[in-house]
Design a protein around this ligand. Structure first.
Ligand SMILES: [Mn+2]
Length: 344
């Protein structure tokens, strides 16, 4: 990673007395971990930091907010908001569609910004204005990995709570070190963070073995909608509003459900459609690496066809339309990719 860039970003950040910290909608362990870590580092240095979320975060990540917490975003006159801060840190996204609740404000804000991200997909947020600095590295498995490199370049002390937050980001974005984005740097830096005395087994239990009963019931309903296509290469599932109502599950309970079919050998691509409260359909895509699956479906390209984005192996979008109709269109798009693959 470019040390000069990291140090320049560090100089800018240390000049901000009051820092606003943001991440994408539906924040995950990586976005929340990076926010919690930087908030702690900034506050330990005697300056102010406010980390925003736009809605309730998943229960399993609430521990990240315990020391200081995440604040709910409240929209206001952009000038009024600007007056309360000196700069804005944006983590784990480089795309306006991922920042919907704050996009209007950000477009009007004249505050300097530092954007830290590892996604392939970016739009003109990446060229937002001249007083923004971009630390983008799509070879990084997580934003928290970049944040760790940044803290090292700034010579910031990393205490155990900061280490725990960064480890959470690194471990969750790599599926606990098993996804194809995991590399030697991921392990090296995770090992560094463990030196601070954090317990990965406890973190794992907190994050992954703490799902609600409502989620389990929702999963039952979801699996009843499972359809397999192309000899099982494509698994597609849906969650309707009615299923949420019946089970009492929340939107946050759907996190990771799309991965369920991928534990089955022949499944190369998994798709989950869920009806959102506002009537749109959220579509989550996952695919296995070609070396594992024997076929290569770049789901960031599929999501892009439907107005979304993400990574080759994990992506998402939100689409207007009826569930069944969107499901048909998505199925057709993926089948056309699978059918175009050379026979193995
Ligand atoms: Mn991430």
């Amino acid at each position: 990673m470019d040390r000069d860039l990291l140090q320049e970003a560090g100089r800018r950040l240390s000049g901000w007395e009051r820092t606003m910290i943001l991440t994408h909608v539906r924040p995950d362990g990586d976005g929340l971990g990076a926010m919690a870590a930087l908030k702690r580092v900034i506050e330990s240095a005697g300056r102010q930091a406010t980390a925003y979320v736009y809605a309730e975060i998943p229960d399993r990540y609430k521990f990240l907010g315990e020391s200081g917490g995440f604040i709910f975003w409240q929209d206001d006159d952009p000038q009024k908001i600007d007056a309360q801060f000196d700069g804005i840190l944006i983590f784990d996204t480089c795309s306006w569609s991922q920042l919907e609740p704050v996009a209007d404000y950000l477009r009007k804000s004249s505050l300097p910004k530092i954007v830290v991200d590892h996604h392939d997909t970016n739009d003109d947020l990446a060229t937002m204005n001249s007083n923004a600095l971009y630390i983008i590295d799509s070879t990084a498995a997580s934003t928290s990995e970049i944040a760790y490199a940044w803290l090292r370049a700034m010579n910031s002390p990393i205490d155990s709570l900061t280490a725990e937050a960064l480890f959470t980001g690194i471990a969750t974005d790599t599926g606990w070190f098993r996804f194809s984005n995991t590399n030697s740097r991921t392990f090296l830096w995770a090992a560094d963070l463990l030196e601070s005395g954090i317990r990965p087994d406890k973190l794992y239990a907190t994050i992954y073995s703490s799902y609600s009963l409502e989620r389990l019931r929702l999963m039952g309903h979801m699996l009843s909608t499972l359809e397999l296509h192309a000899d099982g290469a494509l698994a597609i599932m849906s969650i309707t509003r009615e299923m949420f109502d019946k089970t009492g599950a929340k939107a946050t309970d759907t996190e990771e459900l799309v991965n369920e079919p991928l534990d089955t050998g022949p499944v190369a691509v998994s798709v989950l459609l869920s009806e959102m409260r506002d009537g749109r359909i959220r579509v989550n895509f996952r695919s296995k690496a070609p070396e594992v699956a024997g076929v290569d479906v770049d789901v960031s390209q599929v999501a892009k066809q439907f107005g979304g984005g993400g990574h080759q192996r994990a992506s998402a979008t939100r689409v207007e339309g009826k569930l069944d109709e969107v499901r048909k269109r998505v199925t057709a798009a993926i089948l056309s990719i699978l059918n175009a693959q050379p026979a193995q």
